[in-house]
Design a protein around this ligand. Structure first.
Ligand SMILES: Nc1ncnc2c1ncn2[C@@H]1O[C@H](COP(=O)(O)OP(=O)(O)OP(=O)(O)O)[C@@H](O)[C@H]1O
Ligand SMILES: [Mg+2]
Length: 402
């Protein structure tokens, strides 16, 4: 209101009422604001003004609510607990109260409100009422909630995925360890079998052959069935001896340690050809200096496994072996012209055949441990190629460091 000197002052409750000044542009602005409920309370909390935004947000027309206590705008629970009054106390003590919380509309529905209550004081400091600004933040609150839920869900997914990945890595690792141990166990078993075959079965067969030779000599001159049987037995025992030697040779190979890779390979191939009847051709370009011990032994074991497979599975009359060293990587290839093999259409050939035995899979693991690769290529009727490439640190092992 304007006082007698025409100075604009705000009326106080003590003077009886807040008088709307219909010409005040600021007041007109406030009254027309739609997005904010802006209204005044007297010191007791009774509503004494109401703008368009308040009507829009709360649902009451000015005529329905002006003069009523502002606790009508709270939930029944809050109103009963004295929350509205407490808020006014805080506002009058601190000058201002702000919160977000549920408020009630005229139709009883709730909305999420951002509320600011400001204490209004005259120049002498006397409280004459409160200004209240309320915004409807329901949408925003839902949006934030959705966002939080989405974030929580994503975090959960990440946690679950990480756990699943960890389990997968662990099981892969234990599978690798298992195949490495299998290879080791297999190696020991093979050595034992090879030795036993050679030392025990081999000796029995040798004695059997001696006896048969004796029998053969003693039965010179005898004609007929018995003699034919003896000749047959001799042939069989010779075959058996040859087979046992081949097997034990394959199972219990010559010492690589002393001989070095190229010598050991040449020696092994000669023995392999002689005993298995499989013709071998070898091409080697291996430097004179020795490769790291584990690289040499892995190359040799892959060769052994590949040749043993050629002998056992391929029916091939020949095996071709290539060994070369290029840029710090040693390459081994073993080709055969045998029956070949088929994948199961999914995954690699190694995945398909790796379940039939542990040989190839174990070799692949040995090679992998040296950061190399072992691959198979084969087609039914078109032979098989086993390729291994193993890197070695040249500088560490060259120049007579061994
Ligand atoms: N050169 C080959 N020609 C044809 N089939 C082969 C050849 N090499 C391997 N295979 C097939 O792949 C399978 C897997 O070979 P792998 O060496 O892993 O096991 P295995 O020889 O059967 O048994 P082991 O564990 O004693 O080596 C073989 O069983 C065989 O069917
Ligand atoms: Mg095998």
């Amino acid at each position: 209101v304007n006082d007698t000197e025409g100075k604009r002052v705000v009326a106080t409750r003590a003077e009886g009422e807040f008088l709307p000044h219909h010409r005040d542009p600021f007041r007109l602005l406030i009254e027309s604001v739609q997005d904010y409920a802006i209204f005044l309370l007297d010191t007791d909390g009774r509503i004494i003004s109401w703008n368009a935004g308040a009507q829009r947000i709360k649902g009451y027309a000015a005529s329905e609510i002006v003069g009523k206590h502002f606790s009508n705008l709270y939930t029944a629970e809050d109103a009963k607990s004295g929350k509205p009054e407490r808020e006014l106390d805080v506002a009058s003590r601190d000058g201002r109260f702000e919160e977000e919380g549920w408020r009630r509309r005229k139709d009883g529905s709730l909305f999420w409100a951002n509320v600011i209550i400001t204490a209004l004081r005259d120049p002498s400091g006397r409280l004459y009422g409160f200004g209240k600004v309320t915004r409807d933040f329901t949408e925003r609150m839902r949006f934030v909630q959705d966002l939080q839920r989405a974030k929580a869900a994503t975090e959960m997914e990440v946690v679950e995925r990480t756990a699943a990945e960890r389990r997968l890595r662990e099981s892969e690792r234990s599978l690798r360890e298992l195949s490495a141990r299998l290879v080791q166990a297999q190696e020991e078993e093979r050595r034992r079998l090879g030795r036993d075959l050679h030392d025990s079965v081999g000796q029995y067969l040798a004695m059997l052959k001696l006896s048969l030779d004796l029998l053969d000599r003693e039965s010179q001159g005898i004609e007929g069935q018995s003699r034919r049987h003896i000749t047959e037995c001799l042939q069989l025992v010779e075959d058996a001896i040859k087979e046992v030697r081949t097997l034990s040779y394959l199972l219990y190979p010559p010492m690589l340690e002393e001989a070095g890779l190229s010598v050991a390979i040449q020696w092994y191939l000669d023995g392999f050809s002689k005993r298995s009847g499989i013709e071998t051709a070898v091409q080697m370009s291996v430097p004179v200096q020795r490769l790291p011990r584990e690289v040499e032994s892995t190359v040799f074991r892959v060769l052994q496994e590949a040749l043993t497979n050629v002998h056992r599975h391929s029916n091939s009359p020949v095996a071709r072996v290539n060994v070369s060293v290029d840029k710090g990587v040693v390459h081994l290839e073993v080709h055969d012209d045998g029956i070949g093999m088929r994948g199961d259409g999914s995954g690699s050939l190694m995945d398909a055949v790796g379940t039939r035995g542990v040989g190839l899979r174990g070799m692949a693991e040995l090679v992998r441990q040296l950061e190399g690769t072992l691959t198979l290529s084969s087609e039914p009727g078109k032979g098989t190629v086993v390729r291994a490439s193993i890197p070695f640190a040249e500088e560490k092992h060259s120049g007579g460091s061994r």
